[in-house]
Design a binder for this molecule. Structure first.
Ligand code: G6P
Length: 611
């Protein structure tokens, strides 16, 4: 949630900050603002709405500022209006701060600071931090000392950047629980950002801060410290993806681009990991850690949103093929319910961003209980990737569309690689392993085939775009696909949709079915197909309009369904990779036809770094 950018160096800061903000807009888009140091004070411009509104407010006139900080907000405390927009400033206007996270003791601090005479102009938790910095700043001391003193009194999560006319040409950044990195530029340029996308136009060299770190950025370089006071050494990492991967590349929306990237993102998650000769997968992260998989008695998968749906598919796969009991938990529930975690439990956190606060907290809970932790993460160098003992990177490249698409299918494939690896170490024969490898190898081509259905699905979307509700049904491996299909539609088109196990429908949702209710049924030819056909009959008997996703000509369904979308066939546990894609396309086209902002749906953010 919320994106932060900072720049200090020889160039005009404003365009660099605005470009960085645009790259981070997926993190929140309720309001945006900048604070610029131009030798004559701190100039703050902030506006509710998207970054283009801020850009218009700033105008094209150069500000002659070579140091500044900027923010794009996803509101937590206070409505998304101008006074609550960041940056927030001290009462004398000499200090400005941008913040991502939640300050938990804000109310206590606000009371104390009000008693000291500080006047609050916003309802945000952030504003207490800037007044606290001001309160604690001793004459003549450097800004970082006052910032560190203030942060020692703050509870909660933060990524912050601070500038001040009292110590100009300097940015102090800090993190605890919310992501923040430094971009090490050339020729006297230093940057800061919530993720690498914010700085990549200037540099590929980044330094990830750890929780409890703060850093001082000046044209002469950077220094990193721990809040306790000592200097710390944080190494420079090179960002390996390029700018093209965060541009739309001719597509109308990032969501569509990312749906169409799936043949390559699926090839990338498998690259170098398939061992046809051994009928196995090579998972470098696990091998390097020399983890004894024989020790795993149970797997707890923890995740949120779309990643949680991938976890459900993982549960079915791991139990069926590797015969290990699995439990899938919403990270937000897991962390507060004091779960029973016996020795031999492996916690597997799944996250596209690697920054989701609830998933991270669930992971930390597991670590505190002494469990081994593993990640399936897309964002390289993200907090979850670094916190876990080992893991599998998706290598899907940056995902910008707020609704997750390519990351989901890559998570499914990463889970199938993990299942193969676990199963081959236990009960699965080399021949069975080889069969799985062979089916994985052809998945990218099969996805190409599915993408050819785009025009057909666009036509279908035209017929259903005005529906008020949708039901998605599936069984077995297709049940989580039904959940994901419904979530995609809700997220981007704002149509109410429910995903349900097809057979459970008769215990409630069947009451909703009439001629106005489109029902998407996942009906590929898997072992439960015959049962799904019966569930389709039940819907048809109530005049529901049925869209069936099938994996062959499905003669049993001819005349019983209104539309059939046919994807190629594969093994039952890999079918979700193929059956999900038509649902992504359906949600996309319906949303476009309804005029919704597909890449930045209302109220959502891609990376949810608050509880
Ligand atoms: C947000 C996003 C979802 C995503 C979820 C989990 O809600 O809008 O698309 O599935 O967070 O994110 P993660 O990065 O942990 O996969």
């Amino acid at each position: 949630m919320c994106g932060i950018v900072g720049y200090v160096g020889p160039r005009e800061a404003t365009p660099i900050l605005i470009t960085g903000l645009k790259r981070l807009e997926y993190r929140g888009y309720d309001s945006a603002g900048v604070a610029l140091l131009n030798g004559a004070g701190v100039k703050v411009v902030k506006k509710p709405g998207k970054i283009r509104v801020l850009e218009e407010a700033i105008g094209a006139t150069p500000h002659h500022a070579t140091c500044g900080i900027a923010h794009t907000r996803w509101a937590t405390h206070g409505a998304p209006n101008e006074s609550n927009a960041h940056p927030h400033t001290s009462n004398d206007g000499e200090i400005a701060i941008v913040h991502n996270g939640i300050i938990e003791n804000a109310d206590v601090l606000r009371t104390q600071l009000s008693a000291e005479g500080y006047v609050f102009k916003s309802e945000t938790d952030t504003e207490v931090v800037v007044h606290l910095i001001d309160f604690l700043w001793q004459d003549g001391e450097p800004m970082e000392r006052a910032v560190a003193a203030a942060l020692r009194q703050v509870d909660g999560a933060y990524g912050i950047a601070v500038v001040s006319t009292r110590d100009p040409n300097k940015i102090v950044v800090a993190r605890h629980g919310s992501p923040l990195l430094i971009g090490v530029g050339k020729d006297g340029e230093m940057l800061a950002g919530s993720d690498a996308a914010a700085v990549i136009e200037a540099t590929r060299d980044v330094v990830y801060l750890d929780d409890g770190d703060y850093a001082v950025l000046t044209p002469d370089g950077y220094r990193t410290y721990h809040l306790e006071g000592h200097e710390v050494d944080r190494s420079v990492h090179e960002v390996t993806w390029d700018l093209d991967s965060i541009e739309k590349g001719g597509f109308e929306h990032f969501m569509l681009k990312e749906i169409f990237e799936q043949p390559s993102s699926i090839a990338d998650v498998m690259r170098g990991r398939l061992l046809p000769d051994e009928g196995n997968a090579r998972l470098g992260g696990i091998l390097e850690h020399q983890f004894d998989l024989g020790r795993v008695q149970r797997v707890v998968i923890t995740a949120c949103g779309t990643s949680w749906h991938a976890g459900l598919v993982g549960e079915y796969m791991i139990e069926e093929l590797a015969k290990i009991p699995v439990k899938v938990e919403y990270a937000s529930e897991f962390r507060y319910r004091n779960p029973v975690l016996e020795d031999g439990t492996l916690t597997l956190a799944i996250s596209q961003s690697g920054e989701t606060a609830d998933t991270l907290a669930a992971l930390k809970e597991s670590e505190q209980r002494g469990l081994t932790t593993m990640g399936i993460v897309n964002a390289v160098g993200s907090t979850i990737a670094r916190e876990t003992d080992f893991g599998i990177y998706l290598h899907a490249g940056p995902e910008i569309g707020v609704a997750s698409t390519k990351a989901f299918t890559s998570q499914l494939v990463a889970l199938s690689l993990f299942t193969l690896f676990m199963a081959r170490g236990r009960n699965m024969s080399a021949a069975q392993g080889l069969e799985l490898v062979q089916h994985l190898e052809v998945l990218p081509e099969q996805i190409q085939e599915v993408l050819k259905l785009n025009d057909e699905i666009e036509d279908l979307a035209r017929s259903y775009k005005d529906a008020q509700n949708f039901l998605y049904l599936g069984r077995g491996y297709q049940f989580p696909v039904a959940l994901e299909g419904a979530l995609k539609l809700k997220e981007v088109s704002y149509i109410h949709a429910e995903g349900y196990p097809a057979a459970e429908m008769k215990h409630g949702p069947i009451a909703l079915i009439d001629e106005d209710m489109p029902v998407v049924v996942l009906a590929p030819r898997d072992p439960i197909y015959a049962k799904v056909v019966s569930n389709i009959e039940e819907v048809k008997a109530r005049a529901g309009r049925i869209i069936a996703i099938v994996s062959d000509d499905a003669p049993e369904l001819q005349g019983k369904v209104d539309h059939m979308i046919k994807v190629p066939h594969t093994l039952p546990h890999l079918l979700p990779v193929l059956t999900t894609i038509p649902l992504q396309l359906l949600a996309y086209h319906i949303a476009v036809m309804r005029g919704a902002d597909v890449d930045q749906p209302r109220n959502l953010a891609k990376s949810v770094t608050v509880e």
